[in-house]
Design a protein around this ligand. Structure first.
Ligand code: ATP
Ligand code: MG
Length: 651
């Protein structure tokens, strides 16, 4: 059994644990949950022996092998991925020794005594090799790698060639192959796509050892865990049942607490009224005194931790041109392997686009190309007028400088914000007091993500390119970030496996499949529906591009295509008509909005405040402009809707 008894720990002046107790019986399947920065990762680091508690004790059966997957990106070494896995499993050294002995045994002039002892040693090692699963290792390793999304042949590639996320997966593969008695997984799903996640869930379902998993992923926890430990305010509290059961229990607890708080409020109000009414009546003096005493005894029932309320809002976006990105004949390769070729698409102002595709399809690569982090191998990517890009990726070391403190990181970020504004934003993001002085390197996973996102918020951008931005964020922060993105006025291109998130946010989905792109003008559910239809069509072969078959309705494919082309031409003509009206209309709206902005600025200027006739004139002008703006905006909305419809029909 793993047990933590009465554990206390202070890090960087902050009390992380205070008398924490936790017992994990063998064979447990426990989810560890809690807000960002609550101490979950620190708990794992204590169990694995990396960090020692200031007080209290942690015990683990001495013969147990622990497999610990840390939250942060890991470095892996080795000439090839297979070699790395063999090293980790202790197979590589046995293989080396065995081959060494075989070489020596082939030497002709070996004295008989040495030969015998070498043969004995060979037998012992061969036995250990067999017992350690050496003979079936490569086959098993290939299976695990495949499950985690690696492609055929990847096991022979050098470790250095893999990106951070893939190194993480390699390290997960090595843990699973090590047959540990207890597995400690810190946010394992952050680095996996849906298919690999499903594979891992399947694998872990049949895992017999003790499983401890930190995750903010409800589905993952629900499938795998049977109990849940919540880390909060330096302590751990265990609930039976999976994450959903935990949430139900917490909600019930919260309801009871709120009810108690309300009841107490009422009691206090009644007592106060009584005191007010009878405080000067000698006959009621003792009753008044007893009410005062009971009021003093009441301790406030805490209903919600106010400090947890975060609000995030993006600053107003500078306006970009209507064309934000144009991707022209773009192809990209790494070495000899081609990720995609001949990509052509464009992104318009204010579009919210999800990039989807299976693992290895090239989503992250495309985000890097779009953001200019990497030039494409072929073709070109053209940014439109006044486009200001911000790029966020979990894997990009450029997000944060680990040598800086939190405050340095924020003061050095290019931004129009003043120092007090920056401090204020830091507070909104739950960095206050001592936290500001912390080096970035010690921040928890969620804190690092929050800081990197905050740096993006500081900048005046109108194009956000986000690669899995919500990983590591706890649920409350994730929801707030979603809200902030929903209110963002600029253009968004996002990769995420959080389906609910995408559904609420995006209005277009671009799928990368087999090195090509497929465009879906709708939200994520629309994409799933259309994708299923197209897969069914591909499967049946009916009406495929080159099938030459007759489609339902008796038309030949060629006739169908001609009618389709005519329809498209008409739609294009309409679209052009709308666009011709839209562009000057937008320019007009822009001029009026700019003038309103100037008026607002003047109105808040202290020198204007003393001049009442100027204020009146400004207000009159403002209200005139608002009146002019109204019909223009109505027409703009009509045009946008018509264009949307024409666009959808064209897809
Ligand atoms: N070496 C350190 N020095 C100072 N503070 C530290 C150190 N290590 C961790 N902390 C702080 O301790 C707190 C707990 O960190 P921990 O990484 O355990 O959180 P967590 O629960 O895993 O959060 P998340 O969900 O964001 O991963 C954080 O506020 C972190 O900044
Ligand atoms: Mg953590």
């Amino acid at each position: 059994m793993i047990s933590c008894s009465n554990v206390s720990l202070v890090l960087g002046g902050k009390e992380i644990f205070h008398g924490l107790n936790l017992a994990v019986p063998p064979g447990s399947r426990m989810g560890i949950v809690g807000d960002n920065g609550a101490g979950k990762t620190t708990l794992f680091r204590m169990i694995s022996g990396e960090v020692h508690p200031d007080r209290g004790e942690i015990s683990i059966p001495s013969q147990w092998r622990l497999g610990y997957l840390p939250q942060d990106l890991v470095e892996i070494g080795g000439s090839s991925l297979m070699h790395f896995l063999k090293e980790k499993a202790g197979i590589a050294s046995l293989e080396r020794e065995l081959s060494d002995i075989r070489n020596r045994l082939s030497e002709m002039e070996l004295p008989p005594g040495s030969r015998r002892s070498l043969l004995d040693r060979h037998e012992r090692l061969a036995h250990a090799y067999e017992a350690g699963g050496g003979y079936g290792f490569e086959a098993l390793a290939e299976k695990v790698l495949k499950g985690l999304g690696f492609r055929d042949g990847d096991s022979r590639r050098s470790c250095g060639e893999f990106s951070g996320g893939w190194k993480m997966r390699a390290s997960l593969a090595s843990l699973l192959l090590g047959r540990p008695d207890a597995l400690l997984l810190d946010e394992p799903t952050n680095h996996l796509d849906t298919e690999s996640m499903e594979w891992l869930e399947g694998y872990l379902t049949s895992y017999q050892g003790t499983l401890l998993a930190i995750s903010h992923d409800r589905r993952f926890l629900d499938k795998l865990t049977r109990s849940t430990a919540e880390i909060s305010f330096g302590k751990a509290r265990v609930y039976s049942g999976n994450f959903s059961d935990f949430l139900t229990k917490k909600t019930r607890e919260l309801e009871i607490t709120e009810k108690n708080a309300k009841r107490q409020e009422k009691e206090a109000a009644r007592a106060l009224a009584f005191i007010e009414r009878f405080r000067y009546k000698a006959s009621k003096a003792s009753l008044v005194q007893s009410r005062i005493r009971s009021l003093e005894k009441m301790t406030a029932v805490e209903t919600e931790d106010a400090s947890r309320r975060v609000s995030m809002r993006f600053p107003a976006c500078p306006r970009s041109g209507l064309d934000v990105i144009r991707v022209v004949n773009v192809g990209h390769s790494y070495g000899n392997s081609e990720v995609f070729a001949g990509l052509n698409f464009s992104v318009k102002r204010s579009e919210k686009i999800a990039l989807v595709g299976v693992n290895g399809a090239g989503k992250s690569t495309l985000t890097r190309l779009l953001s200019g982090e990497e030039p494409p191998s072929r073709g070109k990517i053209v940014l439109g007028h006044n486009v200001r890009t911000a790029f966020f990726s979990q894997e990009s070391a450029k997000n944060l400088d680990y040598g800086h403190s939190v405050w340095n990181e924020i003061t050095n970020a290019p931004s129009p914000c003043t120092e007090p504004q920056r401090r204020n934003l830091l507070g909104c993001f739950l960095f206050s007091g001592n936290d500001i002085e912390k080096p970035v390197s010690v921040l928890s996973g969620g804190e690092k993500s929050r800081l990197a996102l905050l740096k993006i918020l500081l900048r005046e951008t109108n194009l956000l390119i986000l690669d899995e931005p919500t990983n590591h964020l706890d649920m409350a922060t994730r929801d707030l970030f979603k809200e902030a993105l929903l209110g963002y006025g600029g253009t968004i291109v996002i990769v995420s496996h959080d389906r609910d998130f995408l559904d609420a946010l995006v209005d277009r989905v671009i799928e990368i499949r087999d090195g090509r792109i497929f465009d879906y003008p709708g939200n994520y559910s629309y994409f799933i529906e259309k994708r299923a239809e197209s897969l069914a069509r591909e499967g049946s072969g009916i009406c495929g591009e080159n099938s030459g078959k007759t489609c339902p309705g008796g038309l030949t494919l060629r006739e169908e295509k001609r009618i389709e082309a005519e329809k498209r031409n008409m739609l294009y003509r309409n679209r052009k008509k709308y666009l011709d009206e839209l562009h000057p209309l937008e320019a007009k709206i822009g001029r009026i909005e700019d003038r309103i902005g100037e008026i607002d600025l003047s109105l808040s200027d202290p020198s204007t405040l003393s001049d009442s006739s100027r204020i009146r004139n400004l207000l009159l002008e403002r209200s005139d402009l608002e009146k002019k703006l109204l019909p223009l905006m109505q027409r703009w909305e009509e045009l946008m809707e018509a264009l949307d419809q024409a666009g959808s029909a064209l897809q």
